[in-house]
Design a protein around this ligand. Structure first.
Ligand SMILES: [Fe+2]
Ligand SMILES: [Fe+2]
Length: 582
């Protein structure tokens, strides 16, 4: 009651004042309510935005999709009709519409304006929020883009988007729904949102680069495994170029190797449509970008070849190929430059950058390892062959009348093997087996081995033992074991009348069947102290006549094809040729 009395009293005391005051209080209260409501909404919206930021770390995150969602949300929060997010492009000279929302905004995304153009440009350069309550009367307003849209901009609020303190873009909101003007609350809200968007962008960039690195790492590991799965130099070189094209996403690649004797670089292989044309190109050390990289041992990035004075046009002129940009890195083995690897013309018109350079450098390390492994393997193989040849030569020395027999048997066998279509690996084994085919003669007495006349049956039996002795020798050397079957059975005959086991037909290992033909041809056509070798013509006829008895039909046909092709040079022909050249 007291309260009502006092209320009554106060109304009575000054009714007009009270009414004004009440009005004022109601207005203040409603304003506070609005503010509270906004704050509450802000909070709940902030939470949903944070959730959105968290979403960025999820596996299926798509930046564009995320930004679309954020911009939709910004329009709701600020009660505006349209919104746009502009970001500096790669050149940092233009602002690109990344997201455009609202009526008539279709087609705006992807368009660019100069970074100094219009209100967006002003906002970016000043790094300050910008309110334009009537753009038509605003001198900073650029109508260039707006004119292309079927939409009228009345008022606009723009805030800068700062990533690590540097303005990198602008968020614009356009036309308040209710036709109201933009106020400080809108500025505060949009500014706080831009911080979140910037954070999301930065996270996305980091995520993107982490994904890019992870992706490249996986690719690099796979390519390195492929590169190192071959010990053949030619294959490694070819795969190196294929790897450059795949990893760097470029049009083509080149691999120069260094010719130390001539102090030059040479193209070994080249991929691409016009690749063949540049196979023979040589560069002087220091010539062109590749020469510069080889000489200095440093990587180099040429985003535009027309602007680089070192660019050697010779390669392009010869290949009719246009090089726009390239990344060139040295290939180093044990700190020594052994070649130069190049990635030429990034695809999609992109310019190569530092990250491409780093990537090619990583690949180059793998290429160097693979090339070095292949080189060492080939060197080892050469040494291996040399050792085998030295062994064979030692036996030949004991039997001077058969000089050159091993070499010729090797040559005839290889020629036959090629006509049979053997693979490189099979030919390699054939070569080593042919070189070693008579290695067991080391265990045959000199008296028999060097006997100038025909052998008695007993002596011949002893001579036959050479295949068994050979087996005893080879089986103790692990690396030579694959040559055993071809060596052991090179005196078998397809009719089963040969030695040591009297094997028949296809039971005789293929390499043995080949060496048998080559060995017999040389024995027939070579001169011996006690007899003259047959002429090629007679030997050829005998071979044809004995096709099915002594020899394998397929093998002898291949041999005869090689002969007709001029690949079988008998001992006598060899001597003729050498006396002609003297
Ligand atoms: Fe033999
Ligand atoms: Fe022989």
């Amino acid at each position: 009651m007291i309260m009502s009395q006092s209320k009554k009293k106060s109304v009575k005391e000054s009714p007009e004042y009270s009414l004004d005051r009440m009005k004022k209080e109601i207005t203040e209260l409603s304003q506070k309510y609005e503010e509270l409501k906004l704050k509450y909404q802000d909070k709940s919206r902030q939470v949903s935005l944070f959730k959105a930021v968290e979403f960025i770390n999820s596996e299926h995150f798509e930046l564009k999709q995320f930004l679309d969602r954020v911009m939709d949300w910004i329009m709701v929060a600020t009660k505006t009709e349209s919104a746009a997010l502009l970001l500096l492009d790669e050149s940092e000279q233009n602002l690109e519409f990344k997201v455009a929302k609202g009526p008539s905004s279709a087609g705006l995304e992807g368009q660019t304006i100069s970074k100094t153009e219009g209100i967006a440009g002003k906002t970016l350069s000043t790094n300050q929020p910008y309110i334009s309550q009537n753009v038509q009367e605003d001198s900073n307003w650029s109508s260039r883009i707006a004119k292309t849209l079927d939409y009228s901009t009345v008022n606009l609020l723009a805030v800068p988007l700062c990533i690590r303190g540097v303005p990198k873009g602008v968020i614009e909101i356009i036309n308040k729904n209710s036709g109201e003007l933009f106020n400080d609350n809108d500025v505060a809200l949009l500014e706080s949102l831009s911080v979140e968007v910037a954070l999301a962008l930065e996270n996305a960039r980091l995520l993107d680069s982490a994904r890019y690195r992870a992706d490249n790492f996986t690719k690099l590991a796979r390519l390195s495994a492929i590169l190192n799965s071959s010990l053949d130099q030619k294959t490694v070189r070819k795969r190196a170029l294929e790897s450059v094209v795949e990893l760097l996403e470029c049009e083509t690649g080149s691999l120069y190797l260094i010719d130390e004797e001539r102090n030059e670089l040479y193209f070994e292989v080249a991929l691409g449509d016009k690749g063949d044309a540049v196979k023979e190109v040589r560069l002087k050390m220091g010539e062109g970008v590749a020469g510069w990289v080889a000489e200095n041992g440093k990587s180099d990035l040429v985003p535009d070849t027309t602007l680089d004075p070192r660019w050697a046009k010779r390669v392009d002129e010869k290949s009719d190929f246009i090089t726009n940009n390239m990344i060139t890195v040295p290939v180093k083995a044990k700190n020594k430059v052994i070649g130069v690897l190049q990635a030429i013309n990034k695809l999609d018109g992109r310019k190569p950058d530092r990250s491409d350079l780093k990537l090619l450098e990583s690949l180059s390390d793998q290429v160097a390892i693979a090339l070095e492994n292949a080189r060492l393997y080939e060197q080892q193989k050469e040494m291996f062959f040399e050792t085998a040849e030295a062994l064979a030569a030692a036996i030949e020395k004991r039997d001077p009348y058969t000089g050159g027999h091993t070499r010729r048997v090797r040559d005839f066998s290889l020629a036959t093997g090629r006509h049979l279509g053997l693979s490189d690996e099979e030919l390699e084994l054939l070569e080593i087996t042919a070189i070693l085919h008579d290695i067991g003669k080391i265990g045959v007495d000199d008296a028999i081995l060097r006997k100038p006349g025909k052998l008695t049956d007993e002596e011949f039996d002893k001579m036959k033992m050479h295949t068994s002795y050979g087996y005893e020798i080879l089986r103790n050397v692990k690396q030579l074991a694959p040559a055993i079957p071809g060596m052991r059975h090179h005196h078998e005959r397809v009719d089963g009348k040969g030695y040591p086991h009297g094997l028949k037909g296809k039971d005789i290992p293929l390499l043995a069947r080949i060496i048998c033909v080559a060995d017999t041809w040389d024995a027939m056509t070579s001169n011996r102290p006690y007899r003259q070798g047959l002429s090629d013509k007679i030997a050829y006829e005998e071979f044809k006549a004995n096709k099915n008895k002594q020899f394998d039909l397929k093998v002898i046909n291949a041999f005869l094809r090689a002969y007709n092709n001029g690949e079988i040079i008998s001992q006598k022909k060899e001597e003729e040729l050498s006396s002609e050249s003297e």
